[in-house]
Design a protein around this ligand. Structure first.
Ligand code: G
Ligand code: G
Ligand code: MN
Ligand code: NA
Length: 251
């Protein structure tokens, strides 16, 4: 069991680290971005999954601290990658409760790393947009003015109102991995992916398909037209050391 007070101490000891999962251009399998995925490197228990501690962190200000730490690490790492490779960072709805703090955190991470703002992609889910808060809307607008890009994450997993794609300034939509899982077994899934790709193209959005695990899925997806993909077939989330090696030799 993950305890709040253990997490508190772990933040102070710097045990939360960003792993990075590459995102590929499906046409030529080149890396276009990496998604930062936080792990807790526990001295006794080993790597702890965010699924176990993010929900707890979200109930307190700890999500802001962990979020700020990952944003800094992500921007810092990305600044050492080739200039065409972006970094994607997941932002919880709870981090939008104090929008000014989030905006300051993003600005500080960009300033400290000198990363070009358009190389930072913030992944948000529709749960943040459900309440349609004016404060959230203004914060997103302000961040877009700073130059960062927004991706709608887990698309298709929840309510998936298509209006979010036109009402908010997204650059990217990430199709949830449940569609990839059912791609070969459910006749409707390829049709849905194809329809989302069509809508995204009309709205000038990039599409990322998540959770690609087999070459059969990759082949089918390439034919359906999505531009980008991510999944265990290509790479698991990599520890920072391995991420550095990924780009070694490239400028
Ligand atoms: O990496 P993994 O697939 O185990 O992540 C599980 C969940 O935790 C995913 O929903 C992912 O979006 C979320 N997550 C991973 N890293 C972060 C992070 O840095 N911040 C937030 N808010 N969520 C994260
Ligand atoms: O909610 P979000 O999309 O941010 O979550 C990303 C999560 O998906 C991470 O926990 C990551 O480890 C996981 N993931 C990435 N690629 C795959 C995959 O190919 N298969 C499965 N099952 N999970 C994946
Ligand atoms: Mn994500
Ligand atoms: Na997702």
């Amino acid at each position: 069991r993950v305890l709040e007070r253990d997490m508190r101490a772990a933040i102070d000891r710097g045990e939360f680290v960003a792993f990075f999962q590459p995102i590929y251009n499906l046409r030529d399998r080149s890396v276009v971005a990496c998604e930062a995925l936080v792990r807790w490197r526990h001295p006794a228990k080993g790597l702890i999954s965010p699924a176990l501690f993010i929900p707890i962190a979200e109930k307190s200000a700890m999500i802001e601290e962990i979020g700020a730490h990952i944003l800094k690490e992500a921007c810092h790492a990305a600044a050492t990658w080739p200039a065409h490779v972006a970094v994607a960072v997941n932002i919880s709805a709870a981090q939008f409760v104090r929008p000014d703090r989030l905006i300051t955190t993003v600005q500080e991470a960009l300033a400290a790393s000198r990363l070009r703002p358009d190389r930072l992609h913030l992944e948000i889910t529709e749960s943040l947009l459900l309440q349609d808060s004016a404060l959230t809307r203004r914060a997103i607008q302000r961040l877009v003015e700073i130059g960062v890009k927004f991706a709608l994450d887990d698309f298709g997993a929840g309510y998936s109102s298509l209006s979010y794609l036109k009402d908010y300034p997204f650059s990217k939509v990430k199709i949830d991995r449940t569609f990839t899982e059912s791609l070969m077994s459910c006749a409707a899934s390829p049709s849905i992916v194809k329809a989302v790709v069509q809508i995204a193209a009309d709205l000038a959005l990039d599409v990322v398909v998540e959770g690609i695990e087999t070459v059969e899925e990759e082949d089918l997806l390439r034919r359906l037209g999505p531009s980008q993909g991510q999944g265990f077939l290509f790479s698991k989330p990599l520890p920072p050391e391995a991420t550095r090696r990924l780009f070694a030799g490239e400028q």
